[in-house]
Design a protein around this ligand. Sequence first.
Ligand code: ZEM
Length: 294
Amino acid sequence: KGTAGSKADGTKAGSKADYQEVYNAIASKLDKDENYDDGSYGPVLVRLAWHASGTYDKKSGTGGSNGATMRFAPEANHGANAGLIHARNFMDEIHQQFPWITYSDLWTLGGVVAVQELGGPKVPWRPGRSDREEEHCAPDGRLPDGDKGHDHLRDIFYRMGFNDQEIVALSGAHALGRCHKDRSGFEGPWQHSPTSFNNEYFNLLLTEPWEFKKWDGPKQYVDKATKGLMMLTTDMALVQDKSFKKHVDRYAKDESVFFKEFSSAFSTLLELGVPQENFKNFEADHSGQQYVLK
Ligand code: ZEM
């Protein structure tokens, strides 16, 4: 029963306090290297949590966050996962401090810590994921491509079990971080403060004049005024498609609505593919409820 091992003192790990300790260790290291990107590992940790979970296929029950199979070469080398080595190395250091936690729990918890510490909503989370071996690696091609349109977004996210409103809410994570030429081929941050989780992404989508970036790189947009901000084709699809745009409008108008709906969708994302028994069987003091850590 359960997935957490024993702590250094021989006692069983897995209480809420144990996970709060892991949370605190991650939080205290987000800014450990001021020269890394915009000064925080938070954004790349959110991307790791998302790519570890977003491989889920509802029909076959394969993929998802249960397994942390991106530890192995086949999945680590998928084009979509380029650059996530930075996040996995960060997490390896945390794992050395807390060897009792599964990588699957650790990587998803990292996404929660980053969202919360960078100013986003509280995200309910619970432990219980188990790590799986290489043969459970997700097949390539399960994650979205940034240069495609609304049909592709729906194909990918409906496959995970999400609806239009959740697609828009989850896309709001592009408040954080940036595209890197040497990872995805795209370039630039979505908003001016890429280490602050807020609803600026939705405001910019609605109000900024966007134009194609003039370069020999992949097709992407830049803001007309400064050319320092960017949007992917999939980001622009959110204002071009009526059923998506209605939610962009709601989130731009009221950040608290965005926070509430992002939190709920992100929490769901982080549990994709985890058998419910995993949560219920988890021993210690939580008997399957979600924790709100701080
Ligand atoms: Zn992203 N994302 N994403 N995303 N993403 C990138 C970066 C980040 C798409 C996508 O192609 C890309 C979600 C959804 C989608 C984050 C979180 C979430 C990058 C740039 C690309 C190309 C990678 C690079 O070069 O480093 C597409 C097409 C999506 C479909 C909707 C969802 C959902 C997310 C979380 C809930 C984050 C935080 C980043 C920034 C990473 C960093 O290192 O700064």
